[in-house]
Write a protein that binds this ligand. Sequence first.
Ligand code: MV4
Length: 451
Amino acid sequence: MFDKILIANRGEIALRVVRACREMGIRSVAVHSTADSDAMHVRMADEAICIGPPPSAQSYLSFPAIISACEITGAQAIHPGYGFLSENAAFVQAVEDHGIVFIGPSAEHIRIMGDKITAKETARSLGIPVVPGSEGGVPSLAEARRIAGEIGYPVIIKATAGGGGRGMKVARDPAELELAFGTARSEAKAAFGNDEVYLEKYLARPRHIEVQVFGDGRGTGVHLGERDCSLQRRHQKVLEEAPSPAITAEERDRIGRICADAVARLGYSGAGTIEFLYEDGQFFFIEMNTRLQVEHPVTEAILGVDLVREQIRVAAGLPLSFAQEDLRINGHAIEVRINAEKLPHFAPSPGRITQYHAPGGLGVRMDSALYDGYRIPPFYDSLIAKLIVHGRDRPEALARLGRALGELIVDGVDTTVPLFEALLEEPAIRAGEYDIHWLERWLRERMTAAS
Ligand code: MV4
């Protein structure tokens, strides 16, 4: 096992990794920009080292700054958290070239899944159900017309190099396809410097359901059930829950087994998430994330597994501490993402926290790097806390969420807490009946009603 791990991240996820390290008897090294000298992850780690000025490009994204910090502190491994360098294959290569262990999958697996077309081809070849569409890139409008005629309208055009929903266009008929194809290509070229696009059947009202997987890099693959992340705004998740209120135990076992099998055959190492659109009882692969995700605590809550600990074990060459048959789902968990943002437009709201009180009690977990008097810098993501509640069933988790939100105090900045208080009143949320478009529709209706 490692003696010392460097955490190439900040905020709540850096703290999350510090905590796992401490429980495992591993020393932790925090890195920070000059804007984060007073950050909680810096205070809680065993050591801290400044790696540059506030802009991420010169600090949290700087290969030389982070690799030098490892060499100076003697850290043997790097945990990347999520975002920043967590899915950067070139970084993984550089880290390994310096004899440091990257806590995550191989550069090759990150590269395969980072390209939407090779990801989809790989998924299909491993027996994962994919959305019907083009095989690879679509070079011309004529070819797009032919494929759309085959799979049927509506279709969606996606940029190969895209992600996070950027560069997507829907076409309902051949006339719309002409415009959509041209726009998708030129937007892809402008945004990503790559105009390659591909075509898929457009699913009108799916849910976003993702399967948590783990590989030990030596042919063992397991799944840890799914999370329902359908509540999104502008491709940002707002609330996540596990298990999904939309699927049966049989559906879970079936898709889970397919994913675990795929991970085993890939020889995948570490944590991964296989994302699906789910509609009318069918799963369709869209992409795979090769990192720990923001919403991993809902899986931890219902399975009692420490996912960061497992990541560290696997990176150190140890087996997973559990087998598939050891896992049993216990109850229901919900996470809400509390952002320093001002409603109704979600404008960033950085500033000083004048009063902070975290909720507690049975079934409540608060993952946050906030403290009284902390100044939220304006340079980074607006996520300031994740509130995760766990109950014996979904109604109990919902009740606990309402109770915990009532205990929480975050003064000095605006937050998205009022959004969750309003969502808890909604019959569709209470019933678990929402798709990927539900939240945006609800926000639009409420905003027009308020004005
Ligand atoms: C789709 C789709 C409908 N049909 N693909 C958006 C982000 C990217 N990761 C995939 N996305 C979508 N792909 C087909 N064939 C609808 C979306 C989509 C979406 C997906 C997940 C969560 C929220 C979403 C919001 C709008 C569109």
